[in-house]
Unconditional design. Structure first.
Length: 287
């Protein structure tokens, strides 16, 4: 499977004219040419190398330095994690779902669960919006979400730990971070109920009335205006009462004052959420 220069330019942000200029001046990349129309076609290896050059240039290297570094260090010579990441991105660019699955299989077989989740899958998920068009992002995020669901379901449930309900609020459909959080909490002995994406306040109220969880964690990924976030979070806090509500995600970072004013708390990671829980338990014990 190969890609045309127009597709490469769209996916990497490097103009077609720039790619042709690199080819003339640096002998890079080296596309094949079709016999009947002489169109440039780029192999998977060339796609990987172009993407690596683009990243190095974005990191501050000159074009010649970036090309020289990529040519001196082929993908096969990179550390395992980087090599797998490069293979993942090239397979996604080719829209080769089976190749993506093979990369994810290989990474999962070679990594401990939390390293695989937090050190491999989640960085890929966070970068997708910047790297991919809509079709490729949907395909890749769906495959990673499947992996995270599988990891979460495979973790043996435990009894006796605190109970947490996890959800994305209404109109927020990106649940990858929420799944990763659920996995980390479950591995630490928590009982996890996953409500998932686009959960309205009514569903939160029903779940909390039935389960009486100690905590509800909400993941805000989609950017919202302050008034919208205040409305959505206010409804959620009231729906979950008396459970403690902790908010996280990139869509919440710029609204900390609003979050605290509504009686919720903010956590950037699973460790911060656990620290908030321990702090709350300490206050209850002293009381």
């Amino acid at each position: 499977m190969t890609l045309r220069i127009r597709t490469i330019a769209r996916l990497t942000g490097i103009r077609e004219a720039t790619l042709r200029a690199w080819e003339r001046r640096h002998g890079f990349p080296r596309p094949s040419r079709s016999e009947h129309n002489n169109y440039r076609s780029y192999s998977r290896e060339e796609v990987e190398n172009i993407r690596r050059v683009a990243k190095l240039i974005a990191d501050g290297l000159s074009v010649s330095e970036a090309i020289a570094q990529v040519q001196a260090t082929p993908v096969q010579a990179l550390p395992r994690g980087e090599r797998l990441s490069e293979r993942f991105w090239s397979a996604v660019m080719m829209m080769d779902a089976e190749a993506v699955r093979r990369v994810l299989d290989e990474a999962q077989a070679s990594m401990e669960v939390e390293v695989y989740c937090n050190g491999f899958l989640m960085p890929l998920l966070r970068e997708m919006g910047m790297r991919l068009d809509v079709a490729r992002e949907h395909m890749a995020s769906a495959l990673i979400r499947q992996r995270l669901i599988g990891l979460l379901n495979a973790e043996e449930p435990r009894t006796g730990g605190p109970h947490v309900v996890l959800a994305c609020p209404a109109q927020d459909h990106h649940e990858g971070g929420l799944l990763a959080l659920g996995l980390q909490l479950k591995r630490r002995g928590w009982r996890v109920t996953m409500l998932g994406a686009d959960t309205p306040a009514e569903a939160l109220h029903s779940a909390c009335a039935q389960l009486s969880p100690e905590m509800v964690a909400l993941s805000f990924v989609r950017r919202r205006e302050p008034e919208e976030l205040a409305t959505v979070l206010g409804e959620a806090v009231r729906a979950c009462a008396p459970a403690r509500v902790v908010v996280g995600g990139p869509g919440a970072r710029e609204h900390l004052k609003t979050i605290f004013s509504l009686g919720a708390q903010y956590a950037e990671s699973a460790d911060e959420l656990l620290a908030l829980w321990q702090q709350a338990r300490g206050v209850q014990t002293r009381t």
